[in-house]
Design a protein around this ligand. Structure first.
Ligand SMILES: [Zn+2]
Length: 78
């Protein structure tokens, strides 16, 4: 019985770790010029459109606030 509980706890820890390692990116479409660019979901600095300079994402301390339209969500496990 004790063996079973230990294995469960390990599996949960493993899952949490994998969740933390996965980085999400968004393909964001600029509302002003329709340019699409990849924005990191936890961007710590403001992200501007490479074409017209509009704000695409603003840092909030955790997840970045996406200002444009999210076209696609991409995630990579590191
Ligand atoms: Zn733009």
């Amino acid at each position: 019985m004790a063996k079973l509980i230990r294995r469960k706890a390990y599996a949960l820890k493993d899952l949490n770790l994998r969740d933390k390692m996965a980085s999400k990116f968004y393909r964001v479409k600029c509302k002003d010029c329709n340019n699409q660019q990849i924005v990191f979901s936890k961007a710590s600095t403001q992200v501007n459109c490479q074409i017209c300079g509009s704000i695409l994402a603003q840092p909030t301390g955790g997840k970045a606030k996406i200002k444009g339209e999210i076209v696609e969500e991409l995630s990579y496990a590191s």
